[in-house]
Design a protein around this ligand. Structure first.
Ligand SMILES: *[C@@H]1O[C@H](CO)[C@@H](O)[C@H](O)[C@H]1NC(C)=O
Ligand SMILES: *[C@@H]1O[C@H](CO)[C@@H](O)[C@H](O)[C@H]1NC(C)=O
Ligand SMILES: *[C@@H]1O[C@H](CO)[C@@H](O)[C@H](O)[C@H]1NC(C)=O
Length: 163
């Protein structure tokens, strides 16, 4: 019998980083800035189909970015800086990965770098399906197939490819 050690699976819905011209858009997956990106109501339907487990998280170190006053928090930023070198912090976070180079070092905490305080949220997944059952995983995969939105499965361990 297979015993699942970790029921919770994060499915990350990523968008491509590079801009798509109309010619490219036939080949590329939709970006959230492109017209092919699913409507808000389509995302709400996905959310309903997975029991409200759709998240729209921001990268944790956005709390260090003073230019974004709505999310800036010195206390949270300091906490993120302290946790940053623990792989468990990144595996528990819906969008962070243990090797932030795969995210262009786009949003690092102040404790690690003072050069990337202008967080670029565009390299991070827009939505995360925080699924808790096989049926919910199936819904998320179906949504990705239907809409073309890129799907990335986030594992809970080390992955040198950054997932
Ligand atoms: C998904 O639905 C839940 C429950 O209604 C809600 O709390 C959550 O904010 C929704 N997620 C998104 C991304 O809108
Ligand atoms: C970034 O700047 C702050 C404030 O000047 C300083 O306390 C911190 O040590 C710096 N961090 C790094 C990694 O240089
Ligand atoms: C994802 O779902 C699990 C199980 O329901 C829950 O414990 C966890 O807090 C959720 N993650 C986030 C970031 O909401």
């Amino acid at each position: 019998m297979l015993k699942l050690r970790r029921l919770v699976t994060f499915l990350l819905v990523l968008r491509l980083v590079q801009a798509a011209s109309s010619e490219q858009s036939k080949l590329c997956k939709p970006l959230y800035t492109s017209s092919e990106w699913p409507s808000l109501s389509a995302w709400q339907s996905l959310n309903a189909s997975i029991s409200g487990n759709l998240l729209a998280p921001l990268p944790p170190a956005i709390t260090c970015d003073k230019s974004k006053s709505q999310t800036y928090s010195k206390a949270v930023c300091d906490f993120v800086g302290k946790e940053w070198l623990l792989s468990s912090f990144h595996s528990d976070d819906p969008v962070s990965v243990a090797y932030p180079n795969w995210q262009d070092d786009a949003c690092l905490p102040t404790a690690i770098s003072n050069t990337s305080l202008n967080c670029n949220v565009e390299v991070f997944p827009k939505y995360v399906a925080n699924t808790t059952s096989a049926a919910q995983v199936a819904e998320a995969v179906r949504f990705s197939v239907k809409t073309g939105v890129r799907l990335v499965v986030k594992g809970a361990a080390h992955d040198l490819l950054g997932r």
